[in-house]
Design a protein around this ligand. Structure first.
Ligand code: SF4
Ligand code: SF4
Length: 277
């Protein structure tokens, strides 16, 4: 069973819910795909057993062989290579390492070197097998790193993925291949708006989903609950807005360990997900 925890915006409590769900599962693989801002380690405190550099192939042009025919720049879909009258420029931050330019070069003037874009960490937090990606500062290739992180997921095990917030390409990559998405939403006007955007994306992708409403009581109107009831979307859990929960969060204590009722509620949530998937 592969579950992704997602939210339309940052700050909705996605990571805290994802970590709590992994702890409720007892034995599972937790995957932090929020590679631009990985923070699940703050709650799980894992022992990191290995850290590997994640790389992408970067084209390098041997200008002594190049006749400046421009075939490489015409073939590149990402505008990552430009051919000037006497020079070829490769823009490493735009390059996806797809190899098309190498393939089309008639002079075999392009070779590749490996370029580091971030790290993949693997470790353990008691019964939770921990995998996380960390993108280098200033890098834009979150999607490529998420793909490399997900390759480390072992087969035949329960998996909880902490997806990046929002509805961008890295989110789509993180959600690929999951059985179910748990959407963490809040009823503030911004929270509700971004929840609707994510819901639209999930419909488009055709992935089954259910909702956890967080910070219930923060807004006078429970927009998320009303919407789920109206649209027949499973509202799987409601987490009240309490000062103690915010305090626990700021101390790196996952929700499941912040309150006894929540402990049982997360165990129940995991069981419901097992039934649904
Ligand atoms: S395709 Fe090859 S030969 Fe042509 S400009 Fe690019 S690097 Fe040079
Ligand atoms: S490897 Fe792909 S993305 Fe990078 S410069 Fe070549 S064609 Fe463009």
């Amino acid at each position: 069973m592969k579950i992704a925890v997602a939210s339309g915006k940052g700050g909705a409590g996605k990571t805290s819910v994802a970590v709590s769900l992994a702890l409720a599962a007892e034995r599972c693989v937790f995957v932090d795909c929020d590679v631009e801002e990985p923070n699940a380690f703050l709650f799980l405190n894992p022992q990191i057993e290995r850290e590997d550099v994640a790389t992408l192939p970067l084209p390098v042009v041997d200008e002594s062989r190049c006749d400046f025919c421009k075939k490489c720049s015409e073939a590149c879909q990402f505008n990552a290579i430009a051919v000037l009258p006497q020079k070829v420029l490769v823009f490493d931050k735009l390059c996806r390492g797809c190899g098309t330019c190498v393939y089309v070069c008639p002079e075999k003037a392009i070779y590749e070197v490996e370029r580091g874009i971030g790290y993949v960490e693997v470790g353990r937090a008691e019964a939770v097998h921990f995998i996380a990606g960390r993108l280098n500062v200033g890098e834009a290739l979150a999607t490529s790193l998420i793909r490399q992180v997900k390759r480390r997921i072992p087969d035949d095990c329960a998996v909880v993925i902490d997806a990046p917030p929002g509805i961008t390409c890295p989110v789509v990559e993180a959600l690929k291949g999951v059985d179910f998405v748990l959407v963490v939403a809040e009823s503030t006007p911004f929270g509700y708006h971004d929840f609707l955007l994510l819901e639209e994306l999930l419909k488009e992708l055709g992935i089954a989903y259910g909702v956890v409403e967080n910070k219930v009581g923060l807004s006078r109107k429970s927009r998320v609950k009303e919407y789920c009831e109206r649209e027949g979307i499973p509202l799987l859990m409601e987490i009240p807005y309490r000062f103690e929960f915010a305090q626990a969060y700021s101390r790196g204590i996952p929700l499941i360990n912040a309150d006894e009722e929540l402990f049982y509620a997360f165990r129940e949530l995991w069981e419901k997900l097992e039934e649904l998937v």
